[in-house]
Ligand binder design. Sequence first.
Ligand code: CA
Ligand code: CA
Length: 478
Amino acid sequence: MQRLLTVLSATLAFSGSVFSAEAKPKPNVLFIAIDDLRDWVSYLGHNAQSQTPNIDKLAARGVAFTRSYCAVPVCNPSRAALMSGMRPSTTGVYENDDDWRDAIAPELTLNMHMRANGYTALGSGKIYHEAYTRHQDWDDYLENEGGLPKVPKGQSDGVGGIKFAPLDCKDEDLNDYKIVDYAIDQLGKTHDKPVFLACGIHKPHMPWNVPQKYYDMHPLDQIELPPHLKPGEDLADIPPAGVRMAHPKTDHYPMVESGRWKEAVQGYLAAISYTDMLIGRLMEAYDKSPMRDNTIICFWCDHGWHLGEKEHWRKFALWEEATRAPLLWVVPGLTKPNTVCNRTVDFMSIYPTLCDLCGIDAPKHLEGKSIRSLLENPDAAWETPALTTYTYNSHAVRSEGWRYIRYMNGDEELYDETADPNEWKNLAADPAQAERKAAMAKFMPTVNKDDMNGNPGSGKDKGMSKKARKKKLRQEAK
Ligand SMILES: [Ca+2]
Ligand SMILES: [Ca+2]
């Protein structure tokens, strides 16, 4: 009863029923970023082998989105878009080699905007792509303490570029453990200002090297392969631009030939289970934290992953597997436990939603809009599909029932997600779908900036060296 009263009074204070708007304390934010975690979390029911009890418990605290999509299916541009509020079509940050710092001025980012509005910004691990960090934009940051144990010599580390192997080591031997420790320490402290606390976990990014016990949780003889057709069959109705994204010769054919496809799936599931253990530790600290009753939780993942669907591996594609990624929100006084929202949202919504929930102005440059209405009522009207971009002027629009992809060269794909959730039958050439395609195309950006290497955009900067172009972009970003 005491506990119920505590929660109730905190809820009233937060909802403003007791205090005036001025007296209302700003909520803290626990911002959890996961790297390369696709929709294989138990609560989404997409893969029965996945075991994520701690992430499921976090989902049950608030609103779990079932149709949430990244802005870009690649680490660096996904994070740059989410943290700046600007799409790659606006910034030119499309790939991992586009240094976002040359395109996005410091004051435009989420962490800097929170600081400008009275927040202390604390971070650990991978929030931005770690090749391009700007730690002076945070009040305190722990980048990467601890190491990554190596696979012993003589033991296989995977198949080609797909890296997986169980390790003889402890949970705490991996750097993510210490990255979570940092957030746990901060949750245990009393802070004099509201806190934006970001914790970026690297797993389940490759290499899927985690302690053996996580592999043992997913016995090889019980592993099932993801849904797939006979070799060559699925790609047969995909236009050349889509087949180039699948590039099956790079990863898929070698994987099939190796006979180790199931082992790779086991490795990814093991890395997910390790990640789930870390979330359990973090949530235990959250529950004990003095900040708990006035702390918003936003849990997101930078993009999805293919494990052989469409004969494709990794992210770097505009299909469901590469673009769908978990999104969870817990907002004290606003969200209700065990809420599921089936509306389509993309991660451009995160920055404006945090501004909205924290009572700070949303900067004009933000391209997404707040999803507060969906957090209050998951069935609220919502007309906006999710938009994902991968490479210059190549976009996917995802509505609740359909996915429409249009590549730079005009190649198209269209999938009926209700009848064909595996996206096996491309309907783009069907004349009966022309109206639907036109309606969905209206959500694609009309302005598409050149990528930061000067190609293959409008051509106006062609011939400029990479260095000269970066200089120009840096000037423009100021
Ligand atoms: Ca990633
Ligand atoms: Ca197909």
